[in-house]
Design a binder for this molecule. Structure first.
Ligand code: ZN
Length: 300
């Protein structure tokens, strides 16, 4: 289990899945064989599966303990959910809640759930199936996400041409929590707890936020899907197939990278391969590129 100390806080990775799951060339339209030659030394095997040419994108939550509060950041795909659009995620049945328990937390002990955005792999465990109904998994938690994302996907979901939104996850993993009155919708930036704030980072989705932590002088940035893969630290201009607003996704990605490189904040993404988090250094790029490189913990 990966546990990171961040000042007086700790962040523990709770895994849902970690396997080759997306064809690199499909996921990143800019992917080339040259990238594998250039970055092969660190790409394989943790971040890329050479045999299949697929990316190894972890899907996990970060369990944050901060000032006596237990906070779960992003909630993966979830169990028993019909996701016909993506077979690997269809009717999943993983021991995610057992892993949460192994990290020392039962669902009832979670005080807050934060979703960086409302895509299918970030909202799934918001609910679980109980007697044929989707009910909040974390029944004592306040759920926090952006009003912008909710409004955007609600409009899309109710459009008969475009709905259901996000492979059905809006209906089974977002609306049931809203209907129970458990959601705090955030508009713009906001301080959520002492030392924990959300900042708008639109692009991947209209209401994507980044979550910034500061504790005893140590900083961390939970970036959701602002970056999916560590190769984007070298190529902040690379969008994934799932980024909705191409220009703003690039801007928000670059801003997150510059924030980490400039402040020393640790980057804690949702999908990077092992060791699942990194610092970001400025570097002199021999090809005159962006000039950033990930620095992974070397004791992993
Ligand atoms: Zn994602």
């Amino acid at each position: 289990m990966v546990e990171v100390k961040l000042g007086a806080a700790t962040a523990t990775r709770v895994e849902e899945s970690y396997e080759p799951n997306f064809d690199a060339k499909v996921f990143f339209p800019d992917w080339t064989a040259e990238i594998v030659r250039e970055h092969g030394s660190w790409l394989s095997p943790n971040h890329y599966d050479e045999a299949s040419g697929w990316l190894k994108l972890s899907i996990h939550s970060w369990l944050l303990k901060l000032g006596g509060k237990t906070i779960l950041i992003d909630t993966c795909v979830g169990n028993h959910k019909s996701r016909k659009h993506r077979p690997k995620w269809d009717m999943m049945n993983t021991p995610y809640l057992d892993r949460l328990k192994a990290a020392g937390v039962t669902p009832d002990q979670v005080d807050m759930v934060m979703c960086t955005h409302l895509h299918v792999d970030h909202v799934g465990w918001n609910t679980r199936l109980e007697n044929g109904r989707w009910v909040p998994t974390f029944k004592n938690a306040r759920y926090v996400w952006s009003q912008e994302d909710f409004d955007f996907y609600q409009a899309l979901d109710s459009d008969p041409q475009k709905g259901p939104a996000n492979g059905g996850s809006f209906r089974d993993s977002v609306l049931p929590v809203v209907e129970m009155g458990k959601v705090q919708m955030v508009k713009g930036g906001a301080e959520i707890e002492d030392g924990l704030k959300v900042t708008p980072a639109p692009g991947h989705t209209p209401g994507t936020v980044r979550i910034e932590l500061e504790s005893k002088g140590q900083k961390a940035l939970f970036c959701g899907d602002i970056l999916h893969h560590a190769v984007q630290v070298y190529h902040p201009e690379w969008n994934s197939f799932a980024c909705l607003d191409q220009d703003n996704a690039r801007k928000s990605r670059r801003a997150a990278i510059e924030h980490c490189a400039g402040s020393g904040a640790m980057l804690l993404p949702c999908h990077f391969g092992a060791p699942f988090h990194c610092h970001i250094d400025h570097r002199k790029d021999p090809k005159g590129g962006a000039g950033f490189a990930p620095r992974f913990a070397d004791n992993f």
